[in-house]
Design a protein around this ligand. Structure first.
Ligand code: NAP
Length: 304
């Protein structure tokens, strides 16, 4: 399978590239960075893609610094929606599949059970609105578009657009200050980019049907629960205090609950690991000490 990968320098793109490269003979991957194609230059997309030979285009390029996006809707809708339509259209012309990465922030969080792919979206911020429009335009432009919604990513490469990831921030601030205050009333699906990348590649090999899928680790957590787990498993000496989101105001509104159900994708690729398992492998890969205690079994039960 010949894959052209946009956003290859990002944390998800890096893991897709890494996994696909390990599977030589099954995947032949061509990584493109912004230097090769700036997708904000929408007029350049058709020619750039028409001249390439690929079976699948995977788009990990995105403007997704949620708070910065709030002040730059024009750029957000260019990169996250109109550029996506141009990519999907180019894929349709070539008879190639189009894979696009979206977000849990398409949902409004007004419920307390995991969102399925068919649940009604209702973005609360500009970023979520631009990604939702990208999903829609991809599917309008090309019947063979596959949308993978991911969430709360952590990957070894760190997010380019966000300047790192939550795991690294918690470890750094925990070490520096010895105390963290973390939001406990927003729940989501922490997701390892290694696991999301693996699921996406297996799904493509399996010839997954077009449509929307939730490519997240199993389980859920509040940001506080996620932080507590990071600090414990990385062996950082720091306290973690739960706070309400109201005590940490940000420019962009976030859903109080954006947990995604991954059963639809798991039916194609097999069981998707729990986020605590993905976190342990991440910490191991980054060389952080992992503290194991007799209470681990209890924590496993407490962290859903
Ligand atoms: N990170 C999260 O927690 C999270 C949560 C939900 C959904 N998502 C979605 O998951 C996907 C991957 O996220 P990530 O964390 O891996 O992102 P990332 O590390 O910030 O990577 C984004 C990639 O997009 C590229 N890019 C941005 N603007 C571009 C442009 N105008 N032209 C060409 N390339 C451009 C970046 O290139 P440069 O290296 O040149 O900047 C980078 O390679 C995105 O679609 C994002 O919306 C992420």
């Amino acid at each position: 399978m010949n894959i052209l990968l946009l956003g290859a320098t990002g944390q998800l793109g890096s893991d897709i590239q890494c996994l696909a490269s390990e599977e030589t003979g099954r995947f032949n991957i061509t990584p493109w960075s912004r230097a090769t194609l700036d997708v904000a230059r929408i007029d350049a997309i058709p020619d750039a893609l028409a001249g390439r030979d690929f079976d699948v285009l995977i788009n990990c390029a995105s403007f997704h610094a949620t708070d910065a996006v709030e002040a730059d809707a024009q750029r957000a809708f260019s990169v996250n929606a109109h550029a996506v339509q141009a990519m999907a259209d180019a894929c349709r012309r070539k008879g190639a599949r189009f894979v696009h990465i979206s977000t849990d922030y398409v949902f409004d969080g007004c419920r307390r059970s995991p969102y399925g792919e068919d649940d009604a979206p209702g973005p609360l911020n500009v970023y979520g609105a631009s990604k939702l429009m990208g999903e829609a335009l991809a599917r309008v432009a090309h019947q063979d578009a596959i949308i993978f919604r991911v969430a709360s990513l952590f990957g070894v490469a760190g997010s380019r657009g966000k300047g790192g990831n939550f795991v690294e921030t918690m470890i750094r601030v925990g070490r520096e200050k010895g105390a963290l205050r973390v939001i406990d009333d927003q729940f989501m699906s922490p997701t390892s980019t290694a696991d999301a990348a693996g699921a996406i590649l297996v799904a493509l090999e399996a010839g997954i049907a077009p449509g929307v899928y939730h490519a997240v680790n199993t389980g859920q957590a509040s940001w506080y629960e996620f932080a507590r787990r990071i600090i414990e498993r990385a062996g950082v000496e720091a306290t973690v205090e739960p706070i309400p989101a109201a005590e940490y105001p940000l420019p962009a509104r976030r859903p109080a609950y954006s947990v995604l159900a991954n059963a639809k994708l798991a039916a194609v690729v097999g069981p998707i690991p729990h986020w605590t398992d993905g976190l342990d492998r991440y910490l191991h890969a980054k060389g952080y000490a992992q503290k194991k205690s007799p209470a681990d079994a209890g924590h496993e039960a407490a962290v859903t």
